[in-house]
Design a protein around this ligand. Structure first.
Ligand SMILES: NC(=O)c1ccc[n+]([C@@H]2O[C@H](COP(=O)([O-])OP(=O)(O)OC[C@H]3O[C@@H](n4cnc5c(N)ncnc54)[C@H](O)[C@@H]3O)[C@@H](O)[C@H]2O)c1
Length: 357
């Protein structure tokens, strides 16, 4: 009996020819000895989020290697940027953002590496992302379990962040450390008449902690600005609240900070975003990019979804519509837990130059 012709035509529809430029799907050959770098590069051809991760490696490499000298000298170029030396030293400004929980996690050490070696031009995070770094200098955060009982932990004075635990004593130590600094800052403010900003506050704390294990110690040493528009939404806010009764008058001005962040973006010859997680840290950087008509490179790593219309979940293309990423710019979103992906991304890019065999 003959195969029905309509059915065979439907199933065996011929394909259009595929050009030789197209890359076929292929996983790593684990029988061969692979360097860490070759292994991470092999993700590009695996497909799904592994391929987005491979694209993130490529985009981060482009942003970290870009120099103004790569571009032809424009006729109307600013006098400051005409010298070949200055052109070869002018880099892409990388704006790094991350949610608070990532400083609670071991990503803190990966972020520290980037700040210590001056790979980023500015940082944006939320309050927990500031205080947890200092608190870790005063006491440990421990590995635990997502399933620990909340009421039991509360009785025992333990605080849970996912599968991590922080003893409440750490926050008491933080208050003992922070309160005299707040007193000194208030005295200086009264003496000079100059109010503080969240960025200058974090810079001061980085100086005071004087500990090489702190991200913000290195930000202080390297004069990398750290912005935290909602600095009061965490333990720091509790301490500022208590302090406002004991010794009132401290002022933190967010206007000066938004001006500094936006000006940094506006004056960047090239600008890239690397943002881990969503919320304030993602949007504050993207919004600063609007001032320069969009970022040139963008890597987002987050678990947010877009069906609810959240900015946290929005893909880079939504930011293109707002002018926060330039049309045609290199951009990718990796849908993943940043704790899995970011150490690999940094190992495959910035850290490559530091690895000894
Ligand atoms: N350690 C803490 O988490 C902590 C401590 C004190 C205060 N807070 C405060 O809680 C508020 C909310 O925190 P937030 O804005 O930093 O972020 P968040 O925890 O609300 O996360 C925002 C979004 O980022 C994404 N995200 C979070 N973790 C991720 C991960 N590991 N990988 C990939 N994507 C991830 C998710 O889409 C999430 O909805 C802030 O004001 C912060 O200061 C947090």
């Amino acid at each position: 009996m003959a195969v029905p012709s309509g059915a065979s035509a439907a199933v065996l529809l011929p394909s259009e020819p595929i050009s030789n430029d197209h890359i076929s799907v292929k996983g790593p050959n684990l029988e061969k000895s692979l360097s860490l770098f070759d292994f991470l590069q092999s993700y590009t051809r695996i497909g799904f989020q592994a391929t987005s991760f491979g694209r993130a490696i490529d985009i981060v490499d482009r942003m970290r290697k870009w120099r103004l000298s790569d571009e032809p000298l424009a006729e109307d170029e600013d006098e400051k940027y005409r010298s070949p030396e200055i052109r070869s030293e002018t880099k892409c400004n990388i704006f790094l953002g991350y949610t608070s929980n990532l400083i609670s996690s071991g990503l803190r050490e990966v972020i520290l590496f980037l700040v210590k070696h001056k790979h980023v031009a500015a940082v944006v995070t939320t309050a927990g992302g500031i205080e947890e770094d200092f608190i870790k200098c005063l006491g440990n955060t421990y590995l635990a379990d997502f399933n620990l009982d909340g009421a039991d932990l509360r009785r025992r004075g333990m605080n849970r962040i996912g599968n991590l635990i922080i003893p409440n004593d750490n926050y008491c130590k933080f208050e003992d450390w922070l309160t005299p600094i707040l007193d000194a800052m208030l005295a200086e403010q009264k003496e000079t008449g100059e109010v503080w900003t969240p960025r200058r506050f974090i810079h001061r704390l980085g100086k005071e902690i004087n500990n090489e294990e702190s991200v913000y110690y290195w930000a202080y040493k390297n004069d990398i600005p750290v912005f935290c528009p909602a600095l009061t939404d965490g333990s720091i806010g509790d301490m500022i609240y208590f302090h406002s009764f004991k010794n009132p008058g401290l002022v933190l001005d967010i206007v000066q900070d938004i001006r500094e962040l936006n000006e940094k973006s506006r004056k960047s010859r090239k600008a890239g975003m690397i943002v881990l997680g969503g919320g304030v840290c993602k949007h504050q950087i993207a919004n600063a990019m609007l001032i320069r008509n969009g970022a040139d490179y963008s890597v987002f790593i987050n678990t947010g979804q877009e069906f609810d219309g959240s900015d946290s979940g929005a893909r880079p293309d939504e930011a293109v519509s707002w002018g926060k990423i330039r049309a045609g710019a290199e951009a990718v979103k990796v849908f993943a837990d940043a704790t899995l992906v970011f150490p690999m991304l940094v190992a495959a890019t910035f850290a490559k130059d530091y690895q000894t065999s």
